[in-house]
Design a protein around this ligand. Structure first.
Ligand SMILES: Nc1ncnc2c1ncn2[C@@H]1O[C@H](COP(=O)(O)OP(=O)(O)OP(=O)(O)O)[C@@H](O)[C@H]1O
Length: 350
């Protein structure tokens, strides 16, 4: 599967160019109203482009006078809310798509149970949707989306409606499902962690246009667009997961809350506001204490942003102007950075 998109939707000022090579997951990030949902609508066949084309695997889905309706596109959409049929059991919800395209009942149910097992819901197959938690319902909706055997999965903020305990579980399930061979997807999200954990590449959409694109870690660590820069409020340290965090390739040990298995590649991520800066090793409770070399200092409104080299990586820290004045932050100075382990998220990446 490969997706080639060059579309306009004039009523909303949207004109987007993007492609998804076979087997890749593309994250679409951008501010409110940028055109992300419009893009998914154009891909799913809910909106008809005013110009341009959507081509999936060499087949024109929209454009050149062609408009393939949603149910014939080979795409499946997973929305923020699970939207399960309330009167059907979970397994009947999952079997619904295959049944409606003529798959015999027994076969559709068998496939539904397999998919429910894949998303960790084998034991809940006979329940009604109202008897599921939000995270379980979203996993059932994912199984239902997969049941039609889509060539392209479209995910619209799939974790946004979930609470802080359910989101990591569903993110893990999504990660496994999206990494299955040959699976391609477009994932609209607000959360850079979703992009890091689930996607190969990212496009940042602003004002209906692609503002930047590239591998997720590149865009998030060296953003060029305004929205990307907003996300770049984050520090990203790539490395290998350990039981309690991550070790970078140059040996920095980072403690944090880990999602994933020791030995997997991943990133540690934290906010520059979580970093405290000291002239001498502060000792004490924060579990992450590193020495780093000052690269530069930039005023940013109320705070001063310090960029320092930690091994081969840049770390950012936001300090008050008073704190910055007390420290001698000239380039080349060695400073001590401290970050509480509770402020650090470590996640496996594709
Ligand atoms: N149903 C609609 N009718 C008319 N205009 C719309 C409609 N939905 C969205 N728009 C407009 O189209 C533009 C793109 O909106 P879209 O919903 O695609 O953005 P988005 O990036 O998905 O935003 P969000 O992150 O808030 O969901 C915005 O200017 C929006 O106001």
């Amino acid at each position: 599967m490969s997706l080639d998109v060059h579309v306009e939707f004039a009523p909303r000022g949207v004109a987007l160019d993007l492609d998804v090579p076979a087997g890749e997951v593309l994250a679409v990030l951008g501010p409110n109203g940028a055109g992300k949902s419009t893009l998914l609508g154009l891909l799913a066949g809910l909106l008809r482009p005013t110009a341009g084309r959507v081509v999936l695997d060499g087949r024109v889905l929209a454009g050149d006078g062609v408009f393939v309706p949603p149910h014939r596109r080979g795409t499946a959409l997973l929305a923020q809310d699970a939207l399960l049929f309330p009167h059907l059991s979970v397994e009947a919800n999952v079997a619904f798509g295959p049944r409606s395209t003529g798959t015999p009942r027994a076969q559709a149910l068998a496939r539904a149970r397999e998919l429910l097992a894949d998303v960790g819901l084998a034991d809940l197959a006979r329940r009604r949707p109202r008897e599921l938690s939000g995270g379980q319902a979203q996993r059932a909706a994912l199984a239902r989306a997969l049941a039609t055997g889509p060539r392209l999965l479209l995910l619209d903020e799939p974790l946004a409606a979930l609470d802080v305990t359910a989101a990591p579980q569903v993110r893990q399930v999504l990660r496994r499902v999206l990494r299955a061979p040959g699976r391609s997807a477009v994932l609209v999200t607000h959360d850079p962690l979703d992009a890091l954990a689930l996607a190969d590449r990212v496009v940042v959409v602003e004002d209906g246009r692609v503002a930047e694109r590239g591998p997720v870690q590149d865009v998030l660590s060296r953003p060029r667009s305004a929205f990307g820069a907003q996300l770049a409020g984050l520090v990203l340290l790539p490395g290998t997961l350990t039981a309690g965090g991550l070790r970078t390739d140059d040996g920095t040990v980072v403690a944090g809350a880990v999602t994933g298995e020791a030995g997997e590649r991943g990133v540690a991520l934290f906010s520059p506001t979580a970093v405290s800066v000291h002239a001498t090793d502060p000792g004490g409770s924060p579990r992450n204490r590193w020495s780093a070399t000052v690269l530069d200092v930039t005023p940013r409104g109320e705070v001063v942003r310090l960029r320092a080299a930690l091994g081969g990586h840049d770390v950012l820290a936001d300090l008050t102007v008073a704190a910055a004045a007390e420290l001698d932050l000239v380039p080349g100075t060695v400073v001590h950075l401290a970050v509480k382990a509770t402020a650090v998220r470590v996640h496996a990446t594709p």
